[in-house]
Ligand binder design. Structure first.
Ligand code: FAD
Ligand code: FES
Length: 507
């Protein structure tokens, strides 16, 4: 389960095997080395700042390294949804942000001499009942000044009810991009520290104290580029809807691979592009199977359904690899990039890209850096002040009601579950009760793993994800390995070991 981008991209070598010592004080500490964190760090280094990037795992370890990597202004049904939820002015600002994000990235690729793989983007409807959704998207594109049109030929080997298209969008190799950004940060005297999970940020006089397992770092400013903001200030986690999807790559005869970047507007959710394989061959990449993290049920079956679809609809050959990732949508609203509530203008964050972060992450970085350095971007101001609207509030209420229902049901199930170690087959996991406490037991690589089933973020009961062999929290999407290490999400501490759960272990 290694993303194709990690297999075919350059090795990013920024830190030796042991965590590197941290300097005493920085102008800005950026937390997270995905696309948001590294673009922000590059921009701040170019402005002459002393910058450190603190990354819990490794560069590109989470969503950016597992994306489908389309740098596109045609974004499924996003433009019409933005228009419906926050209106035309906000839509125009959103389009401007994405246009700037796309243009910045293309300029960087040109400057670095990296290939610019231009493709037509296509959004298609499977069913006639979704043709009106395509019409709405086309109209929203027109309002936003994006030159989409009806597609005469989708380039797909199966029939669709209809499709719209936009010429000349770009598909990225995200690890190549991250490698180039990381290299520039280092060349300009910035620092990137991997395996440095940040646990908190406190104010201390005129400085911020950024707390990590390996010590405290001082900075004037901090940017949380962690996907979902890790600090609970602003209660962002309660205003975001996480969605996790699978991505698969298949061999197939090159002349039969659709050349465009396709996405469906209705079920089944599918996203297609091409990519280079490890032997230089062209592969077809298929995304789909979106589900709320921690509520995906039988994820092994979901993955098998993707395989079956690719074989039946595209005539794809054997699957070469697969991976999965999650991203966050703000309830019926726009991505956020700006100061975190309660951070006194010194802690910034960016989130809510809704699976369109290749453009939105760059735009968010531009917005944050411009704010930090006293600049002004009109589209960023408009986006920051665009309210969620009635639909957004209703959505937030619905999602939080679902979260509350999960708390009640999952804890009741945990209390009523059987006691003692379960008799589990390889790759299975179950919640069992030991005394009063719920324990997450799984068997991975023949080894029985037992950890607390209580999420260290806010106490949800984790669920087993059989495809990825991880414990995923259904409340706000923290994920943990079978042995309890934090993988992603708002949690900053590992699941407690059951034999010593007096306190959660350090992440
Ligand atoms: C399946 C899928 C397909 C997608 N396809 C596309 C696409 O085709 N086009 C597109 O535009 N967008 C796409 N996206 C969206 C896009 O990939 C993301 O929006 C983008 O990569 C997010 O970047 P990021 O830097 O914000 O987050 P990440 O890449 O997740 O980076 C966050 C980093 O923060 C680190 N971190 C977290 N917590 C801490 C902590 N406490 N201390 C230190 N570090 C921490 C993490 O380890 C991680 O490396 C897709 C998303 C998904 C899920
Ligand atoms: S992620 Fe919030 S309780 Fe688990």
């Amino acid at each position: 389960m290694t993303a194709l981008w990690h297999r075919t991209g350059p090795t990013i070598s920024v830190s030796p095997s042991e965590p590197t010592p941290l300097g005493r004080r920085y102008d800005t500490v950026v937390v997270g080395a995905g696309l948001t964190g590294l673009v922000t760090a590059v921009l701040l280094c170019r402005a002459g700042q002393r910058v450190a990037v603190l990354e819990a795992r490794a560069v590109g370890a989470v969503t950016t390294g597992h994306t489908t990597g389309k740098l596109s202004l045609l974004q499924g049904s996003v433009f019409s949804q933005v228009r419906r939820h926050v209106g035309d002015e906000a839509l125009v600002a959103y389009a401007e942000a994405n246009r700037e994000g796309q243009a910045w990235m293309v300029r960087e690729l040109e400057r670095l001499g990296l290939p610019i793989d231009r493709r037509d983007a296509v959004t298609y409807a499977n069913g006639e009942d979704h043709l009106d959704a395509l019409e709405r998207e086309l109209e929203a594109c027109r309002v936003a000044g994006v030159d989409a049109r009806w597609a005469d030929d989708t380039g797909l080997p199966f029939a669709t009810a209809g499709a719209i298209t936009l010429d000349d969008q770009v598909q990225l190799q995200p690890i190549e991009v991250l490698a180039a950004l990381a290299a520039e940060v280092l060349e300009r005297g910035g620092e990137i520290h991997e395996r440095r999970r940040v646990h908190g940020v406190e104010e201390d006089g005129d400085a911020l104290q950024v707390q990590t397992a390996g010590g405290v770092v001082s900075a004037d400013r901090c940017v949380l580029a962690t996907g979902v903001p890790i600090l609970d200030r602003g209660l962002f986690f309660a205003r975001l809807e996480p969605s996790r999807s699978f991505v698969t790559a298949y061999d197939m005869p090159e002349d039969r691979i659709p050349r465009g970047m396709h996405i469906s507007i209705d079920a089944p959710d599918r996203s297609l592009r091409t990519a280079r394989g490890t032997d230089g061959q062209t592969l077809v990449v298929v995304g789909g199977g979106a589900h709320t993290t921690g509520r995906g049920g039988d994820t092994v079956r979901t993955l098998a359904e993707l395989d079956a679809w690719a074989q039946q609809k595209l005539g794809a050959g054997p699957r070469v690899t697969w991976w999965a990732a999650q991203d966050y949508q703000r309830h019926a609203s726009l991505p956020f990039a700006g100061p975190l509530a309660g951070g006194h203008g010194r802690i910034f964050t960016a989130t809510g890209y809704d699976k369109w972060g290749m453009t939105n992450a760059v735009a968010a970085s531009l917005a944050i850096v411009s704010q930090m350095l006293g600049g002004r971007l009109d589209w960023a101001d408009t986006m920051r002040h665009a309210g969620p609207g009635v639909a957004g509030v209703a959505d937030a209420v619905r999602v939080n009601a679902e979260v509350a229902a999960h708390v009640a049901v999952d804890w009741t199930k945990a209390v009523l579950s059987g006691s003692g170690a379960a008799d589990l087959a390889e790759g299975e996991g179950a919640i069992v009760r030991e005394g009063a406490r719920p324990v997450a037991v799984s068997r991975v690589d023949g080894k029985l793993c037992r950890v607390s089933a209580v999420c260290t973020h806010l106490g949800g009961i984790v669920n087993w994800n059989p495809a990825e062999r991880s414990w995923d929290c259904p409340l706000h999407a923290s994920r943990f390995s079978a042995t309890g290490e934090v993988l992603e999400g708002p949690a900053v501490r590992n699941l407690a070991a059951v034999d010593d759960d007096r306190s959660a272990a350090e992440g």
